[in-house]
Ligand binder design. Structure first.
Ligand SMILES: *Cc1c(COP(=O)(O)O)cnc(C)c1O
Length: 421
């Protein structure tokens, strides 16, 4: 196979591609092993719950008695190792889904403790961390506290136990993915240790995990190692690149029920919500998700190996254990960062002819450049990269619906950088 039949890649880069692939081989075997395990888990959940063609028919109006919706929620619960779940296209984003879960469980006067330092950007306004934003949890009288990460970016277990013993916390909140920060992502093992630490001090505190970017990366999910509730976005891992929008919440039955009263209305809960024509996409996406996550993981590992061989700082390193699909590459200059994003964009299946430029995104202090040529707007399970234009000029890349096309996207990013040298 020679990529140069289709794309211009210079010979030095082709050599590096070969070497990167060789480095990746043993890692890819491990990824395949996890993918197969998770694929069988999902298949078994479909079979156990008797998914049929009629389950995908969809409903209109109130959506009463939508058997397909109910079955999908049992399938998702099994996939997450949870008692129950809500999985709906009506969740508009990951942030909205997390918000429904938080407001579903917390009441005025409750205290919440975030165990993993400052949370993901869009969540800060939901808690009302910096100011009491209108409609935030703090606006509703929920007290916010966070335990800072240690200097190496890992959770401070001693300080977490100390904080929990001093106050009666209703919820302990864990963010699994690094998001767009430099701290390491939590593995399932790390989450298990955090849950144990919480339980040593408090039996009742609800442990909630922001599971975004983490689904199907490992063989277990947070609810199988002590978490009470998880939530995530369907335009990331569990939508398999097929769900066009939506989110899910999974966990303890009593907590999922509380969330259902926030999703719709008190007293009505999960019994409503028309699925319209989306059931099939949610089923098919969930079925494909383990495989697509495997492809995204291979893409991340390959990108890590290639750019490391080219002399750049990468995180995680190719062989490092992963808890999510995100790969950070430090490119060292604004010019390289911009070339990287332009090259990646040029290899996208959609909008390849678009030239990304840095822009002042609302809520960010520095201009941000993004490469995204996706079938679903903003879907980060599809190959994409985001980068704030500031030192150390790092790009966060993630996704890849299939390794072959995503690898071409990465090679084109590297090629564009070489052309600028
Ligand atoms: C993506 C993400 C979210 C939710 O973001 P949306 O853009 O609202 O879907 C929340 N937390 C983390 C860690 C994420 O990566």
């Amino acid at each position: 196979m020679n990529i140069t039949e289709f794309f211009n890649i210079d010979n030095r880069l082709l050599e590096m591609d070969k070497k990167a692939l060789a480095d990746c081989k043993p890692i890819f075997e491990k990824i395949d092993n996890t993918t197969e395990y998770n694929q069988l888990k999902v298949l078994k959940a479909f079979i156990k719950n008797g998914v049929s063609e009629s389950a995908m028919a969809g409903s209109t109006g109130y959506g009463y008695d939508d058997k397909g919706r109910e079955i999908l929620e049992r399938v998702m619960a099994d996939c997450m190792g949870a008692e129950d779940s809500l999985i709906r296209h009506n969740f508009v984003s990951g942030t909205h889904t997390l918000t429904v879960a938080l407001f579903g469980v917390l009441r005025p006067g409750d205290k919440v403790l975030v165990l993993t330092g400052r949370p993901y950007d869009t969540i800060t306004g939901v808690f009302g961390i910096d100011e009491v934003t209108d409609g935030s949890l703090r606006d509703f009288g929920v007290e916010y506290n966070q335990v800072e990460l240690k200097p190496d970016g890992t959770p401070d277990i001693e300080e977490i136990k100390n904080s929990l013993s001093k106050n009666d916390y209703k919820m302990a909140y864990i963010q699994r993915s690094r998001g767009y920060s430099t701290r390491p992502t939590l593995t399932i093992y790390d989450i298990e240790n955090l849950c144990k630490a919480v339980r040593e001090v408090s039996k009742q505190t609800v442990i909630m995990v922001d599971n975004c970017y983490g689904e199907f990366v490992e063989k277990k999910e947070p609810c199988q190692v002590g978490a009470d509730l998880v939530a995530g976005s369907l335009i990331k891992n569990p939508g398999g690149g097929i769900a066009p929008t939506g989110g899910y919440i999974a966990g303890r039955r009593d907590l999922v029920e509380k969330c259902s009263y926030r999703l719709t209305c008190a007293g009505v809960g999960r019994e409503v919500g028309a699925t319209l024509g989306h059931s099939r996409e949610l089923y098919l996406g969930l079925f494909q998700a383990p495989h697509v996550v495997g492809e995204a993981l291979k893409t991340a590992v390959y990108g890590s190996a290639l750019f490391q061989n080219m002399g750049y700082e990468v995180s995680p390193k190719p062989h490092e254990k992963r808890g999510d699909i995100i790969q950070c590459v430090t490119l060292g200059s604004a010019e390289k960062l911009i070339s990287f994003c332009k090259g990646m964009q040029s290899g996208a299946p959609v909008d390849s002819f678009v030239t990304p430029e840095p822009w002042d995104m609302p809520g960010y202090t520095d201009p941000v450049i993004m490469a995204a040529g996706a079938f679903t707007l903003g879907a980060s399970i599809e190959l994409s990269a985001d980068a704030p234009i500031r030192p150390p000029y790092a790009a966060w890349m993630q996704g890849g619906l299939n390794f072959h096309s995503a690898k071409a996207g990465i090679l084109l990013a590297a090629q564009k950088m070489k052309e600028k040298e």
